[in-house]
Design a protein around this ligand. Structure first.
Ligand code: HEC
Ligand code: HEC
Length: 301
């Protein structure tokens, strides 16, 4: 009997050591991915100064950035709330104290963060929206940067990512997928399609608006990206309910949060308040693109 216990002890002991060793390996791997330094040649994007471009920059920034970085862009503390994986602020994007305008020394620093997913030192940032932004045309990116540099400065000290050891282990084990810098193409120049109510322009807006991050790679919906939220992102292809909405109904839903059947969309999970800042023509183009997609069944897992 004693021998059996001894063997069980040895087996359990080895298993525990093996798991500990694996955790150390994944921790080191995660740490090295987060601390890797990337070097991208300068994109030399033109930063405009005319009023029209600044207005375009403001429009895009409110639509694409304010949902996470706050209505005044001064950042959101604990955007990813503290928990076993660590925590993360959405940083202050203004040039007030504690903001990136205070810290970034060149236009290129903005391009590195928004298009390539790295900080001024070339280290990865964990801003998933970079995956969509990497498709943003040079002109739109330049307009956003021009606007950020001139937006009202707000003092607010924020910090970015603060992963715990467990968070780093999970990143090392690949459970959080790729870091944005590991995923995007790093094209130095991107040309956006001409603005208009067209399928191509709708595809562009839906791509930089990162609808895929919740509605799935094929737009057929699926579980919400945060597994602690049980709500299902709906299917946006012609296989879903959207197929029955009128164009007016779609525009009204994005602007008011109320679907044609009277159901309210939760702004904590579906960012309609920011998407609804798009112009009517931009919304029409998005719908036109979604309607052009192949008809798919709702993804549920
Ligand atoms: C889905 C949420 C989300 C959206 C949308 C978003 N951001 Fe971020 N952003 C973050 C988070 C979170 C971080 C912190 C990442 C980190 O520190 O690893 C961040 C970091 C940044 C940084 C890097 C700051 C630094 O100190 O290096 C810049 C610049 C930035 N965002 C600009 C933008 C701009 C411009 C837009 C809109 C075009 C935008 N973000 C849209 C969540 C978001
Ligand atoms: C952060 C995740 C997230 C992002 C990003 C997102 N959505 Fe949604 N969306 C949802 C969720 C969740 C719902 C369901 C909301 C509810 O029922 O309260 C939804 C609902 C919708 C609906 C209603 C569909 C139906 O059948 O009821 C439409 C249309 C829609 N989203 C379009 C878009 C478009 C277009 C974009 C990009 C510009 C987008 N969404 C970006 C999460 C998201």
């Amino acid at each position: 009997m004693k021998k059996v216990f001894k063997w069980i002890g040895i087996v359990l002991g080895s298993l525990v050591s093996l798991i500990l060793a694996l955790m150390v390996v994944f921790f080191l791997l995660g740490n090295s991915r987060l601390n890797k330094t990337y070097n991208f040649p300068p994109d030399n994007i033109a930063i405009p100064t005319d009023a029209e471009s600044l207005a375009r920059g403001e429009h895009l920034t409110k639509m694409l950035c304010s949902g996470c970085h706050g209505a005044d862009l001064s950042g959101v503390a604990d955007w990813f709330p503290p928990g076993p994986f660590g925590s993360m602020d959405a940083p202050n994007l203004t040039s007030g104290k504690g903001g990136i305008g205070d810290e970034f020394t060149s236009d290129e620093d903005y391009v590195l963060a928004i298009r390539h997913g790295v900080d001024p030192e070339g280290k990865p940032i964990f801003m998933p929206a970079v995956v969509g932004f990497s498709f943003m045309g040079d002109e739109d990116l330049g307009a956003i940067i021009a606007y950020l540099k001139t937006a009202l400065p707000v003092d607010n000290q924020t910090s970015g990512q603060n992963f715990s050891a467990l968070g780093k282990i999970l990143i090392g084990a690949g459970l959080f997928g790729k870091l944005p810098v590991e995923e995007v193409s790093h094209a130095a120049h991107v040309t956006a399609p001409a603005a208009g109510v067209t399928v191509e322009y709708g595809q562009y807006l839906v791509t930089i608006g990162d609808c895929k991050s919740c509605h799935g790679a094929e737009f057929a919906g699926g579980p919400f990206p945060d597994p602690s939220v049980s709500i299902l992102a709906p299917n946006l292809t012609p296989g879903g309910e959207l197929a029955e909405w009128s164009e007016k109904g779609f525009i009204a839903a994005m602007q008011t949060g109320i679907e044609p059947d009277g159901k309210a969309m939760d702004p904590n999970y579906m960012p309609w308040k920011e998407i609804g800042l798009a112009s009517d023509d931009e919304l029409k183009a998005m719908l036109m693109y979604l309607r052009s997609l192949p008809k798919l069944e709702q993804v549920t897992e």
